[in-house]
Design a protein around this ligand. Structure first.
Ligand code: 13P
Length: 258
C-alpha cells in the first residue's frame, strides 16, 4: 500500500447468504472492528440482501457494494438491475466484470466498459475486475491480456472519473483455488496496471486510482500482500464469509508503509 491511497478491504459474497444472515454478519463485523478512518470496508452481498445490509452499515468506513449491474437505467431487460436502483439503496460501489461474469455469463470488455460508465454516471464507483486465466499466464501472456482488459474497460473514461476508479486484479487461476499469487507476482502486475493508467491518462490519475488484489486472500497472507507498494486493498471471496476471518483482513497490518 501507499499511504496516499486509502485501502479498501472488500467482501464479495457471490451467491452466499440470505438477507437475514447478511444483516447478522454486517452487525457483527461492525461491532468487532468499530469505526474505520484509515481504510474502507466494503461488503457486496447478493442483490436480495443489499437493501437490508445498506440499512445496517452505519459505522464510519463501511460501505455497501453491488456485485453487478446493467448499463441502462431502465427498460425491457428481464432479470437485470439498473444503476439507478442501486444508487437508490445507498450503494457506494459496484463490482463490474468479475471473472465469473466474464467466463460464465459471457461479459466482454465492451459490456464492462458500458457498465463502468453507467455506474459513474449514477454517482457510484465501479470496481472493475481484470485478470488472466492460467493458460494465458503459462503462455507468458499476462501483461497483454490485462493491458487489453484495462484499455477496453476504460476507453473514453475522463480523467476525473478515472482517478476515482477502483480496479481489481484477480488472476483467474487464484480464485477459489487456494493458490494465491505471491506478493511479488501480484505487485508486478499491479505496477504494470498503474503504468498503463499513466499512459492512458496521466501520472496523477495513476497515482490516485486504487488497485485491489483478489484471489485466495486469507488472514494469513493479507499482510504480505498489503506490504506491496501498488496493492491498495483486497477483494475477498471465501475468506469474507466468516466474521473472524474478514475482521482479520480488515485489520491487516503493515510495517513498511510510506
Ligand atoms: P476467493 O477469495 O474465494 O479466491 O475469491 C476471490 C474473488 O473472486 C473475489 O471477487
Amino acid at each position: 500500500m501507499n499511504s496516499k491511497r486509502k485501502p479498501i478491504l472488500a467482501a464479495n459474497w457471490k451467491m452466499h447468504k440470505t438477507a437475514a444472515e447478511a444483516v447478522e454478519f454486517a452487525r457483527a463485523i461492525q461491532e468487532g472492528t468499530g469505526p474505520l478512518s484509515d481504510r474502507e470496508a466494503v461488503i457486496a452481498p447478493p442483490f436480495t440482501a443489499l437493501q437490508a445490509v445498506a440499512g445496517v452499515l452505519q459505522t464510519a468506513g463501511y460501505f455497501p457494494c453491488a456485485q453487478n449491474c446493467h448499463w441502462e437505467v431502465k427498460g425491457a431487460f428481464t432479470g437485470e438491475i439498473s444503476p439507478v436502483m442501486l444508487g437508490e439503496l445507498g450503494c457506494r460501489y459496484v463490482i463490474v466484470g468479475h471473472s465469473e461474469r466474464r467466463h460464465i455469463f459471457g461479459e466482454t470488455d465492451e459490456t464492462v466498459r458500458k457498465k463502468a460508465a453507467a455506474v459513474f454516471a449514477n454517482g457510484m464507483v465501479p470496481i472493475v475486475c481484470i485478470g488472466e486465466v492460467l493458460a494465458q499466464r503459462e503462455a507468458g501472456g499476462t501483461f497483454d491480456v490485462v493491458g487489453a482488459q484495462v484499455d477496453g474497460a476504460l476507453k473514453d473514461l475522463d480523467a476525473d472519473r478515472a482517478r476515482r476508479l477502483v480496479l481489481a486484479y484477480e488472476p483467474v487461476w487464484a480464485i477459489g483455488t487456494g493458490r494465491t499469487a505471491t506478493p511479488v507476482q501480484a505487485q508486478e502486475v499491479h505496477a504494470f496496471i498503474r503504468q498503463r493508467l499513466e499512459s492512458l491518462f496521466d501520472k496523477s490519475v495513476a497515482n490516485e486510482a486504487r488497485i485491489l488484489y483478489g484471489g485466495s486472500v486469507k488472514p494469513d497472507n493479507v499482510d504480505s500482500l498489503m506490504e506491496q507498494p501498488d496493492i491498495d486493498g483486497t477483494l475477498v471471496g471465501g475468506a469474507s464469509l466468516e466474521v473472524e476471518s474478514f475482521k482479520r483482513i480488515i485489520e491487516f497490518q503493515f510495517s513498511s508503509g510510506e
